[in-house]
Design a protein around this ligand. Structure first.
Ligand code: DQA
Length: 147
């Protein structure tokens, strides 16, 4: 793997302020900075992108192959539970991705317990806070660089 795209969905720009008991006190910039350091140490190019707009996530996914993206880490936030369009975009490009959630969506409201993406993800990490993103990066490094 040489290029990694990290996609953050709606309201994740509010991390640190938003429901800290659920999502923790780290802001998105801090999460991205730590991922950036880990990626740089591994010699990986990384781009982190947050948007509140479903179409903007879809656009980035569609552009991933032409942009040379080898793998993605995605926290689709609320779109996890609603977006067939996001699922279709991921199926269309076929780029491997790991789905990450800060909170344990399986221990929350019933409507959060279904994901439109989990069955097509390489893996799913939920409930481990910001560490989940770093574990996803470690897993991608391990699985994509071994071959
Ligand atoms: C989330 C869980 C979603 O249910 C929620 O809508 C989010 C964040 C998480 O990281 O725990 O916005 O994806």
């Amino acid at each position: 793997m040489t290029r990694l795209l990290v996609l953050h969905g709606p309201n994740l720009n509010m991390l640190g302020v938003r429901e800290p008991a659920l999502y923790g006190s780290s802001g998105l910039d801090a999460i991205n900075a730590r991922l950036g350091q880990r990626a740089a140490a591994a010699g990986i190019e990384i781009e982190c992108f947050q948007t509140n707009a479903e179409h903007a996530l879809i656009d980035r996914i569609q552009q991933a192959p032409a942009a040379g993206v080898d793998a993605m880490i995605i926290n689709p936030a609320a779109f996890t539970h609603t977006s067939v369009a996001l699922r279709d975009a991921l199926l269309a490009v076929g780029t491997p991705f790991i789905e990450v959630h800060l909170s344990n969506i399986h221990a929350r409201e019933p409507f959060r317990q279904h994901s439109y993406l989990s069955d097509i993800a390489s893996g799913v990490i939920a409930g481990l806070g910001p560490m989940g993103y770093e574990l996803a990066l470690s897993a991608l490094l391990e699985t994509t660089q071994r071959n």
